[in-house]
Design a protein around this ligand. Structure first.
Ligand SMILES: [Zn+2]
Length: 529
């Protein structure tokens, strides 16, 4: 399941519930310790699982490869939401799961093909997976399979088993947790100390064959009920099988955590034979998928030579074709060129893309946002017949998150007071409805800084850290906002009062988190007086 990453060690080891971190002899066996059946989470509660998940997510948010791209995120959400609704409608989710689980997809900049379920309803997705799947149906098959690992509580069960079956491992976890908590800001640095044990732990965290079969079975039902084509499962299996025949050299880590047995393939064929053809329909426009897959390829690629090759790839055919493969090739070429500050190539490909006029409105919108993005990256006022000023105004008025964030970014380039005001208004309206949108808070902080409003900027930065689950970082920033607000004699009293309230609230949350991690050992934690 897990692909080895440094933050995983720190997160897993630092995040285990307090009960697991005590020496085994110090705690009497808890009641109900019999081996749980498939589908029950062992003796790990949803709350414990979520706390562990939050700790891991907090580390992922700090990973330089964590990618919050509003366009890719919008696409992932479009494919993911119907799966979650379908799982809910089918009664696959544990009671309270909708409140207890985070249900957040975390995108990582990594060209290898992988996706993994994490505790507490977090799912990791590599850009390489998005770039490799040929349709939304294939993407949905992988997401539905991982969703089912979470909904069937396979992770909680594995971790519970883990703590019971290998006492030496528990000791290693205790050591790791101690090492991690000693570092002031226990972060990725702590992982090096405990890497060996974590690697051993990681190798033990693969799902059993029964769990894989269950995730296939449940995932297939969830996916087809959501309106995706069940064939996506089969074609994804074909892709994985082909990669394994070619002696996978690390490009498909998903294959190592999800070995394809003849049994899994036979089960899937049998399911497909029973699936009525009438329910098969494309849930997502193929042009939209092709553009977003190309975007994942261009954004996930760290190697300059590969980006250069991508930028050149669109040059062979000059006709403005609108078949998905050509659109994807050109979108990738334009974005790769823009990332390389090659305005000429970006302009050439954009021109052909815009002339091709794809049928899908979302695909056409994606092309306009690509033009704006390319102008920002290459510092041009116009490209392929489009004006920066026009697109910027369009983005700031757009109802979607991608437009909002791109528009805000564009507004901070010129420093124009009217545009900054417009961006600030839009961001605040958005944040009132989406208070956990960290990039939107960060954008507001940048806008406020440029508007000469340091107090507001500090408060927005604090809220951004809070949304990234870094409560201590949030509290530090809120304290700075408070200091700045008090120093400002002409300051806004309402603003200061909001900051005072938010600071107290954050202090309460920091205390709460501290106590949650010590709950069983120190019941007096919550009431220190
Ligand atoms: Zn699996």
């Amino acid at each position: 399941m897990f692909r080895w990453r440094p933050w995983l060690a720190a997160a897993l080891l630092a995040g285990l519930p307090a009960t697991w971190l005590q020496a085994p002899a110090a705690e009497p066996a808890r009641p109900g310790m019999a081996l749980p059946g498939l589908g029950d989470g062992g003796d790990m509660t949803l709350g414990e699982e979520r706390r562990l998940g939050d700790q891991i997510a907090r580390s992922i948010y700090r990973d330089p490869d964590y990618l919050d791209d509003p366009l890719l995120d919008g696409y992932l959400q479009q494919v993911w939401r119907p799966l979650l609704d379908s799982a809910q409608a089918r009664g696959e989710l544990p009671p309270d799961a909708d409140q207890r689980y985070a249900w957040r997809l975390l995108l990582l900049r990594d060209p290898s093909v992988n996706a993994f379920a994490l505790p507490g309803g977090y799912l990791g997705v590599h850009t390489g997976l998005l770039a490799t799947v040929s349709s939304a149906d294939e993407l949905a098959s992988v997401l539905a399979h991982e969703l089912s690992h979470v909904s069937q509580r396979h992770i909680a069960r594995l971790l519970t088993q883990q703590s019971r079956q290998a006492p030496w491992m528990l000791a290693a976890m205790v050591l790791g947790a101690v090492a991690a908590s000693k570092a002031k800001n226990a972060d990725i640095g702590g992982a090096a100390i405990v890497g060996g044990q974590a690697l051993a732990l990681q190798s033990q965290l693969n799902f059993s064959r029964d769990m894989e079969r269950e995730a296939d079975r449940v995932g297939f039902g969830v996916m087809t009920d959501a309106g995706y084509d069940g064939q996506g499962f089969a074609t994804m299996f074909d892709k994985l099988q082909q990669a394994s025949r070619l002696n996978d050299d690390g490009g498909f880590p998903y294959l190592r955590s999800h070995p394809l047995s003849t049994e899994r393939i036979a089960d899937m064929r049998a399911r497909l034979a029973l699936e009525p053809a009438a329910s098969r329909r494309a849930a997502v426009n193929p042009a939209r998928h092709a553009l977003m897959a190309a975007r994942a390829r261009a954004l996930g690629e760290p190697r300059i030579e590969r980006l250069q090759a991508m930028a050149q790839a669109g040059k062979s055919n000059a006709a403005p074709l609108r078949d998905p493969a050509t659109l994807g090739l050109r979108y990738g070429a334009a974005l790769a060129a823009a990332r390389l500050h090659d305005a000429g190539t970006a302009q050439e490909q954009l021109g052909r893309l815009l002339a091709s006029q794809p049928d899908d409105p979302q695909a056409r919108q994606a092309l306009r946002w690509l033009a704006l993005e390319a102008m920002l990256l290459t510092q041009r006022e116009r490209l392929a017949g489009l004006e920066l000023a026009v697109l910027r105004t369009e983005a700031l008025a757009a109802p979607d998150r991608a437009g909002l964030l791109l528009g805000a970014r564009a507004a901070t380039v010129g420093g124009d007071a009217r545009l900054l005001d417009a961006a600030s208004q839009r961001l605040q309206t958005w944040l009132a409805l989406h208070p956990d949108d960290a990039p939107a808070w960060q954008a507001l902080a940048t806008v406020a800084q440029q508007q000469g409003q340091p107090v507001r900027a500090a408060r927005a930065a604090a809220e951004g850290q809070r949304a990234l689950l870094d409560l201590n970082g949030a509290l530090d920033r809120m304290k700075s906002a408070q200091v700045l607000a008090r120093q400002d004699r002409n300051g806004d009293h309402a603003e200061l009062s909001i900051i005072d309230t938010r600071r107290r609230e954050l202090e309460r949350q920091v205390r709460e988190q501290f106590c949650e991690e010590r709950e069983r050992r120190d019941p007096a934690c919550r009431n220190p007086d």
